[in-house]
Design a protein around this ligand. Sequence first.
Ligand code: PLP
Length: 233
Amino acid sequence: MKSITDNLCKVRQQIELFAQEAQRDPAGITLLAVSKTRPADELRRAYEAGQRDFGENYLQESLEKIEQLSDLAICWHFIGPIQSNKTRSVAESFSWVHSVDRLKVARRLSEQRPVNLPPLNICLQVNISREDSKSGCLPEEVADIASEIASLPNITLRGLMAIPAASNDPTEQQQAFAGLATLFTGLLEDHPQLDTLSMGMSGDMAQAIAAGSTIVRIGTAIFGPRDYSNKTV
Ligand SMILES: *Cc1c(COP(=O)(O)O)cnc(C)c1O
């Protein structure tokens, strides 16, 4: 059980190393601990080791953990697919949503964000590898959707997110990340306030950081392999 602390320490060291190799300031890279399927006590242990940002994919599961860990100052990020009829509890319970991929969902999150909370931080998810099975808008839709989202009240567009196609070829992953970074740079012309590129997971953190990632979403390297055997999604 000491291993979560050790793993976190290792991941932080890797982020520093990859940042140095890319001649970037490691302070510009946020470690998001992806805690889907992990029990609340494991998150608590990570919190005790200094982790503050946690990412969750499954709404029901995450709401239970948010309740169980309400004594902690956790910044909660929603990173899973969002059904448009489930936006209300996302708008009420999270600080960030990385997985917005259509205007309808952004509009509902904006309408349903409680006014006593700060604006909800949004990343637009891009299907950068053009996979049929994947969520995310297409690269050519990014500019229009981003402009519409940026004009909505109660939410703040922060940047882009992508999950590139699984690949064992580092060059392919690099190209996918570079593609997202290029889209991001293009968006900055009209939206200079954007500051977030959410990309990189346990298996491809080095390439993501080299390509300019500002939030890496790391699950397995912190908590170990996931067990989905008793998971009802
Ligand atoms: C599960 C998940 C991750 C973490 O993946 P690991 O390979 O376990 O680091 C990152 N991002 C998203 C969107 C995920 O669903």
